[in-house]
Design a protein around this ligand. Structure first.
Ligand code: 16G
Ligand code: ZN
Length: 535
């Protein structure tokens, strides 16, 4: 069979590391080095996925997000810009673990198992972040696509959400769901046009400093700024820092959203004065965290929970003013890591339903789609807002009964274009936050003042075998090892507002323990006791 032979022949350029079992995890394949054969397998699978979906464009992103500069990774993007369908993750894993000389057979086996018509067209579009290993992996990907005669388009450097955007645009072009121009420029034009519509009537205070993790977000934010209204035209002043992409080793080093969130401090290079608005992106610009120094120069974090509550409050206020609140089912989706105070604020103050799902964007995204307006964010800053077809119809066609209703409706219309519907997007989320703060006339201090976070602690525990940690109730409880949940229950009941859980990481060989309680010392104490119970 010529195709099988071509696959095996092309794969011979690479060597498969011994003794490593690859797994398509929460964010695709991700690791330090040795990714050639994995990327080759992903190229094969991307072509099959596109054929299965009658030639719709499939995306492939080469990135390892917030992980160290020497790591890299690869993940697939489905036609609407969503994460790869879960069932296909197992196919990806199967191909990636096949010995090279068997690759043709395994490929053929999948063609039969998934029932793929090989005569269908197939199209794949890919991009990468700024990592040094990117060009090598892109060449591997192209080789797999060429060997299987798949049409492909190399978009070079993009943020992860930009690639998701382009994939969705390409597949909706000429349909009633057209999402935008399928180019990087189209992305900037869509965002800036929507931003201008959303900020009408709002006034910006001060400036925003954005730490770009020395990743792809730096050059792309600089590009976006060219499209945004300048300060003289009523726009926001944005200062770009940590945008060194010339030295690849500086990526995510002592800066970026993951650093700020996990270390709970500003990057050491930060020159922020008290009350200055600061934001950090991660290495592929799909995570966003805000922070500032208060008057006493203490670091104050405004994480994904804060962005979710800010967005939900703004959108529900607009919907109320527009007279359409009763017609829309608005909900907020969080994970077990969401601070208990944020959940209480959503339910008691905003009076919106709060849903908890497993960790990982695909779970939140899925749950968000069950609402007309689904606001979802992980505490780590990854998230977006989804609008249902019903919501779009109401927002676009409702006849306003007053100038106030009309104003609110126009802002909502702008938001449906400003917010990336495909996936969480730090640049789009950042414009959203800026617009909301400007409309509310808030500095970060008022934003922080909406509720008080419970002190929390996250501990990483190395165990012999993390696969025995099986959870239920959206990862908030353990069903195995047996007896452990009862211990955790009894521990947390001893603390005021105590809540704790343990779950196996999906990206590292470790178990993570989270604990929160009314005071710092109680949270720390609870976390270390639960960690000891896990060991
Ligand atoms: C992945 C997920 C992220 C999640 C993290 C949890 C995506 C695109 N990324 O990076 O959302 O927060 O895993 O990591 O889904 P953990 O399982 O190691 O705690
Ligand atoms: Zn990321």
């Amino acid at each position: 069979l010529p195709l099988q032979q071509a696959i095996v022949a092309a794969s011979q350029a690479y060597s498969k590391p011994d003794g490593i079992v690859f797994e398509y995890g929460t964010a695709g394949f991700r690791m330090n080095g040795l990714l050639n054969t994995v990327v080759f397998a992903v190229g094969l699978l991307a072509g099959l996925r596109s054929k299965k979906l009658n030639g719709q464009w499939i995306g492939v992103m080469i990135t390892a997000s917030h992980n160290p500069a020497d790591d890299n990774g690869v993940k697939l993007v489905d036609p609407m810009g969503e994460m790869l369908e879960a069932e296909w993750e197992t196919y990806a894993t199967k191909l990636a673990n096949s010995p090279l000389e068997k690759l043709g057979e395994v490929y053929d086996g999948l063609v039969k198992e998934i029932d793929i018509r090989m005569e269908n067209p197939a199209r794949v579009v890919f991009a990468r972040d700024t990592r040094a290993s990117g060009p090598r992996l892109v060449a591997v990907l192209a080789a797999a696509l060429a060997a299987t005669e798949i049409e492909f388009l190399d978009l070079k450097f993009l943020t992860t959400p930009q690639l998701h955007y382009v994939v969705r645009c390409k597949n909706t072009l000429g349909t009633q769901y057209e999402y935008g121009e399928p180019t990087e420029q189209g992305y900037y034009e869509k965002l800036s046009d929507a931003f201008k519509r959303v900020i009408k009537g709002a006034k910006f205070q001060g400036s925003l400093t954005v730490d770009c993790a020395n990743g792809i977000g730096g050059p792309k934010l600089r590009e976006l700024i060219k499209y945004l209204p300048g300060v003289d035209a009523g726009g926001v002043a944005i200062k770009v820092v940590n945008d060194n992409v010339i030295n690849p080793e500086s990526l995510n080093l002592d800066c970026g959203a993951d650093y700020v969130k996990t270390k709970q401090r500003a990057p050491p290079s930060s020159k922020a004065a008290p009350l200055d608005r600061c934001a950090s992106l991660d290495g592929d610009a799909d995570r966003l965290i805000y922070y500032f120094m208060d008057e006493g120069s203490s670091f104050r974090l405004l994480d994904g929970d804060r962005i979710a509550t800010l967005a939900a409050s703004f959108i529900s206020d607009l919907a109320r003013t527009a007279g359409i609140l009763q017609k829309l089912k608005i909900g907020v989706i969080q994970t077990a890591y969401a601070n208990g105070s944020s959940t209480e604020y959503i339910e008691k103050v905003l009076r919106l339903p709060a849903v908890c799902t497993k960790t990982g964007v695909k779970y939140l995204h899925h749950a968000a789609l069950r609402f007309d307006v689904g606001v979802y964010f992980e505490a780590n800053g990854h998230g977006t807002v989804t609008f249902s077809e019903n919501a779009l119809k109401i927002i676009k066609t409702y006849e306003p009964q007053s100038p106030a209703q009309q104003h609110a409706l126009e802002r909502l219309q702008g938001l449906t274009d400003l917010i990336n519907q495909a996936v969480g997007d730090a640049l789009s989320d950042m414009l959203l936050v800026e617009a909301v703060l400007a409309h509310k006339g808030w500095t970060p201090k008022e934003w922080l003042g909406t509720y008080t976070d419970l002190p929390s602690r996250l501990v990483r525990v190395e165990v012999a075998n993390r696969s025995i940690f099986k959870t239920y109730d959206a990862e908030r409880k353990l069903e195995s090892p047996s007896g452990l949940q009862a211990k955790i229950d009894s521990l947390q009941s001893r603390y005021n507002k105590g809540r704790s859980f343990a779950r196996a990481s999906g990206t590292e060989d470790a178990v993570r323990v989270y604990a929160e309680a009314a005071t710092r010392s109680e949270a720390d104490d609870l976390a270390s006791r639960v960690a000891n119970a896990v060991l």
